[in-house]
Design a protein around this ligand. Structure first.
Ligand code: ZN
Length: 257
């Protein structure tokens, strides 16, 4: 299989035409459409992921977050993005990212998260706009708020979750927008969500809860790490699994001290 054929598998599932204007999903660095020797799958592209790809004999990296968002006018040494470009070109490694299309498409980032935490009847949060950001679904049984948060921690393997003050309303309807999803808090309230889960809430966002729903910030990395499994399952339908490698070295760039 060639590199472009591999990209097409992912483009078919999450078409690049769905991406936002500020996004830059797609093949960012080509390897002259070489035959795929190995694929490293990760969330973020860093020098460490490039090193891991080199060690594992991979000539393609598939990531959720693009390496390049804006135009690069010169390539120096004092910036990790520039050093990643150098490494990729030096070792003829292609870099492909599927970002906002994967967040929006049915079965993508948010749907995966919803399924992982046991939501049923999942639909888009913003009605009439499909595909779009954010989903809403229902738990099979209402859960009290503490039990719900503990279930999230357990199912997603998260040690700590930041949230708004808990109330007494049992959680049944749950809205989700992975990553920087705080812009959908109002939509979640309008859809009578009992809880809204996202990956990046700021101080003032927590005030918006206003005892109307439980706001939960599970972490940007944690809310999107499932994209690795998603890429793996999409590619493994067409490519032998021994060619596919989930990055073992990457971790959240946020440390808690
Ligand atoms: Zn993200």
């Amino acid at each position: 299989m060639t590199t472009h054929q591999l990209c097409d598998i992912l483009n078919q599932f999450a078409p690049l035409s769905l991406q936002d204007s500020w996004d830059n999903s797609g093949l960012q660095i080509d390897n002259n459409n070489a035959i795929v020797t190995g694929v490293l799958i990760c969330l973020d592209i860093t020098e460490q992921s490039l090193q891991e790809a080199i060690e594992k004999g991979c000539n393609v990296i598939v990531a959720h977050h693009p390496l390049l968002f804006q135009g690069v006018k010169q390539i120096g040494h004092n910036n990790y993005i520039h050093r990643c470009i150098r490494l990729a070109i030096l070792h003829q490694i292609a870099i492909y990212a599927n970002h906002t299309p994967l967040d929006k498409v049915q079965g993508g980032t948010n749907w995966l998260l919803g399924t992982q935490i046991g939501l049923q009847h999942i639909t888009y949060l913003q009605t009439g706009e499909t595909p779009s950001y954010g989903i809403i679904g229902e738990l099979t049984q209402p859960m009290d708020q503490t039990a719900f948060v503990n279930t999230l921690k357990e199912k997603l393997g998260i040690a700590q979750i930041r949230g708004s003050q808990m109330g007494k309303t049992p959680i049944k309807r749950v809205a989700i927008c992975s990553g920087s999803g705080s812009f959908l808090i109002d939509n979640a309230m309008a859809c009578q969500a009992d809880a809204f889960i996202c990956g990046d809430l700021k101080h003032h966002d927590f005030h918006k809860a206003d005892n109307r729903l439980l706001l939960l910030d599970i972490g940007h990395f944690e809310s999107e790490i499932g994209t690795k499994e998603l890429f793996f399952s999409l590619l493994s339908k067409k490519i032998p699994t021994f060619v596919l490698h989930l990055s073992e070295k990457e971790r959240s760039p946020i440390y808690c001290y």
